[in-house]
Design a protein around this ligand. Sequence first.
Ligand SMILES: N[C@@H](CCC(=O)N[C@@H](CS)C(=O)NCC(=O)O)C(=O)O
Length: 204
Amino acid sequence: MSRPILWGGGTVRTLRAHWALAEVGVDYDARLIGSRTGETQTQEFLARNPKGKIPVLEDGELVLTESAAIVRYLLERYGSGSLQSPIERARYDEWQSFILMELDAHTLYVMRKHGDLKDLYGDAPAAMQTASDGFVRQVAVADARIARSPYLLGDSFTGVDLLLATCLDWAVAYRVPITATLDAWRRRQRDRPAYQAARKINFS
Ligand SMILES: N[C@@H](CCC(=O)N[C@@H](CS)C(=O)NCC(=O)O)C(=O)O
């Protein structure tokens, strides 16, 4: 079978997919098209993802969009430990929904819209502040969890740890204050060789 192809680079969401590929050690072709460059709007790309967004993974017949779905697929398809029981899968889904909605979409992405992209979405200092405060309030549950467990689901690194670490990186880049516990945990994830390798490719 041909090597997987990963489309997209340069953002936190594309980093998630590169990181998952590095974790499982699969060789792949990186097509490092960028966000808001016009490269996500070509016929060639839209044929793969009509949403016009990166990342996109191609693996054989499978064309998969959405960074969290790509992470979960890669770790389950090529990784050593997959989620075994309905309860483990439920807990994974619970963390994944929380991270994508409360940390990524409702707070950090609001800051992106009214910060970096304010020319498009409008300057809204109050929205920036409430989003930052909202992140701090919501992420407290992850803080409490990792204060008593090495990873969100227990003793092993899973896709939801990868998603959380990327949101913490994103928060730090936006100067959202995070606790010493969260920052130490984030730094431990950044020490993973797969994270380092993925960052080099994603931000090259
Ligand atoms: N929910 C999607 C969001 C993907 C997304 O919004 N990607 C942005 C870059 S981070 C993008 O491709 N925007 C279109 C563009 O900028 O051309 C995911 O997590 O994969």
